[in-house]
Design a binder for this molecule. Structure first.
Ligand SMILES: C[S@@+](CC[C@H](N)C(=O)[O-])C[C@H]1O[C@@H](n2cnc3c(N)ncnc32)[C@H](O)[C@@H]1O
Length: 281
């Protein structure tokens, strides 16, 4: 079953959170001269037209990237993120939105490598076309979880696995625990970032306990909640788990999360969370 299409949600508040954080991870990888490997397991279409029918259905981008488009005084991270979106919209009108593969690609240096997997029969060809002729980017119509075994550990020995599944399946959080276990076994030094939705608090809390039990020394959790977690069913917020986070990411996020909340909130409510789930001395 593959019914989720990211085109309906592109550029919403969750994408802003996800893509700004992804940029921080890539920027950190660029601090060392050695090449890195980046694997985006659930890549989507790579680019979205916000004037096309799916995005126009609920216009979610208006409460996301749309809120930042004309803002002044953005902090350095949000400003760099908006520049990336602007690069796809040279005439200054917000129309195209970069998915995680485009955000990732913009951060690569000449020696770095990007692998993208996407299973959806409609989104995979779009992704393939988006990166046609790009020698640093490989696009596969494959199951991102199954492909972990094929690509890890990478010869570069440094890099990131970015996991952003649709959470359509009831067992998605269980699959993620297995994926983390497998990645960490094959590539203990690799960075892993996993985006997750907060609809009802309980599943992600249970999942985080399961991650803590894996005995991985450094797991950071960052969350942005825009709506009360006990409110009517819906996307109340979202989070990112970062395993083996870069040095001082926590300090950057301590500044960035409150700014995201301030810029994206729709009323007085809202909250952020930044917490080490595990941190070895
Ligand atoms: C949330 S969207 C990805 C959005 C994208 N990461 C971004 O930020 O622009 C999740 C994507 O995963 C795809 N997908 C679902 N199951 C998959 C699997 N097992 N392997 C690879 N892709 C999958 C869906 O078709 C969908 O495009």
């Amino acid at each position: 079953m593959l019914s989720y299409r990211h085109a309906f949600h592109a550029g919403n508040f969750a994408d802003v959170f996800k893509h700004v954080l992804l940029m921080q991870l890539i920027e950190a990888l660029c601090r060392k001269d050695k090449p890195f490997f980046l694997f985006d397991t659930h890549a989507g279409a790579g680019r979205y037209d916000l004037l096309a029918t799916p995005a126009r259905q609920n216009e979610e981008f208006r409460d996301g990237v749309g809120r930042l488009w004309h803002e002044s005084g953005l902090g350095a991270e949000l400003s760099a993120y908006r520049e990336q979106v602007r690069a796809l919209n040279p005439d200054g009108e917000l129309r195209f939105y970069p998915g995680s593969p485009r955000i990732a690609r913009a951060g690569l240096r000449p020696g770095d490598r990007l692998v993208l997997t996407e299973l959806h029969p409609s989104d995979h060809p779009l992704l393939k076309a988006e990166f046609a002729g790009d020698r640093q980017t490989a696009v596969h119509a494959a199951d991102g979880y199954a492909a972990l075994k094929a690509f890890l550990p990478p010869p570069e020995r440094r890099g990131l696995v970015f996991i952003d599944p649709p959470y359509e399946r009831k067992d998605e959080f269980d699959r993620l625990v297995e994926a983390v276990r497998l990645i960490h076994r094959r590539w203990a030094g690799g960075m892993i970032a996993i985006w997750y939705p907060i609809l009802d608090r309980a599943p992600s809390t249970r999942w985080q306990r399961a991650l803590q039990a894996l005995q991985i020394p450094a797991i950071l959790c960052a969350e942005l909640g825009l709506y009360p977690y006990d409110g009517p069913l819906g996307l109340h917020g979202c989070g990112m788990i970062v395993i083996n986070p870069p040095w001082r990411l926590d300090e950057t996020l301590a500044r960035l999360l409150p700014e995201l909340l301030q810029r994206l909130r729709t009323g007085a409510q809202g909250q952020t969370r930044l917490e080490w789930l595990t941190l070895a001395p």
